[in-house]
Design a protein around this ligand. Structure first.
Ligand code: SAM
Length: 330
């Protein structure tokens, strides 16, 4: 086994697999109201192709954790079977999904039985009107039910990811934290990143980690959690003496690229060694061209060699990647 090491000594053990670029919400910081031009069906990897690449990653490249994402991964019909086949690999990888939770009431139990370990649910506000403003859909109630179904199915600890947007939900950090604490969900705030299809992000417009801390500290006492952060993107803080915690993922203002252990596979079979990479490596062509597992593993390792030391959002030469978050897999 030869790991996915890059030129800076970082080793990727956490694989994010996008299962579709489609989504049933239209979060304003991610997608335009009218949606995007979706990938043609033939370009999207089949279930067997996805599982084959995950198998190569786990058995030959040392991947220890597989997170399914998108677009919206629950829209992928084959998800339970893909999870089941992933959880059957040895050494068994940890399995999780990042989801908006729409439809999770119907699938949470089946996913848990298939071997899914955890879910991260995206929820930016618990106010129905603001939920509609952000996602352009009236589905807050379904998300809340989805969260409850995940907990009931044992897919915990359930994590909630929230993005704060100036003038919409930026005053709601304490309210959202209280709501999550009451229900036993682990809340993490994510700084908004320049990954929206509309290119509407601006450094001045985004809510920074410092602003999030200041807002939370008006109502809560936060202390850095003792556990070592390692390669985890979230800085964790105990709330009012613990044991519950809140996390902040400050990708923009406190980048953690030096500890990055992630690699991404897009729904159309491209390896991205960074969210902000501008080049991709085409494993689908290799797969469909008859490459054996050893060759695919070699190509994957080679793809890691061009991983840059940092995402460079603060560089004057920074260029937003051509694919938006929904097509990369967040
Ligand atoms: N549909 C799923 C969901 O809602 O979790 C998975 C895909 S979504 C792209 C994954 C995560 O990326 C969500 O938590 C979303 O809030 C976050 N996200 C999308 N665009 C973002 C941006 N520009 N900056 C920061 N986070 C973003």
């Amino acid at each position: 086994m030869q790991a996915l090491e890059d030129r800076y000594g970082r080793v990727a053990t956490d694989l994010r697999v996008s299962l579709t670029d489609r989504c049933n919400l239209r979060c304003s910081y991610c997608m335009p109201a009218e949606g995007l031009e979706w990938l043609p069906n033939d370009d999207v990897l089949t279930d067997d192709e996805v599982v084959r690449l995950i198998t190569v990653a786990v058995e030959r490249l040392g991947v220890e954790e597989v997170r399914f994402t998108g677009g919206e991964p629950l829209l992928r019909r084959g998800l339970p079977d893909i999870v089941r086949r992933t959880a059957a690999l040895r050494p068994r990888p940890e399995t999780s999904i990042t989801t908006n939770a729409l439809g999770l009431t119907r699938t949470a139990k089946a996913l848990a039985e298939a071997g899914l370990d955890r879910v991260n649910v995206s929820l930016d506000t618990v106010r129905a009107e603001d939920f509609h403003t952000i996602t352009r859909r009236d589905r807050l109630h379904d998300v809340i039910e989805g969260l409850e179904a995940a907990s009931a199915a044992g897919l915990g600890p359930v994590k909630v990811n929230a993005v704060l947007l100036r003038g919409i939900n930026d005053t709601q950090a304490p309210e959202l934290l209280r709501w999550c604490l009451e229900r036993g969900y682990q809340l993490r705030f994510i700084e908004q990143m320049p990954l929206d299809a509309q290119h509407g992000w601006s450094r001045e417009g985004m809510i920074t980690a410092d602003e999030i801390f200041a807002s939370l500290r008006t109502e809560f006492n936060l202390e850095p959690a003792e556990e070592p952060r390692g390669s985890a993107p979230a800085e964790l803080f105990t709330v009012d003496g613990g044991p519950q915690t809140v996390g902040v993922i400050a990708s923009v203002t406190r980048p953690f690229c030096g500890d990055c252990d992630r690699v991404r596979l897009t729904a159309d079979g491209q390896i991205r060694n960074c969210l902000f990479a501008r080049e991709e490596s085409d494993l689908r062509a290799a797969l469909r061209g008859g490459a054996d597992d050893a060759e695919i593993a070699d190509r994957w390792r080679a793809a890691m060699m061009t991983k840059r030391p940092g995402h460079g959002i603060d560089d004057t030469t920074f260029l937003q990647p051509s694919r938006p978050m929904s097509a990369i897999g967040g």
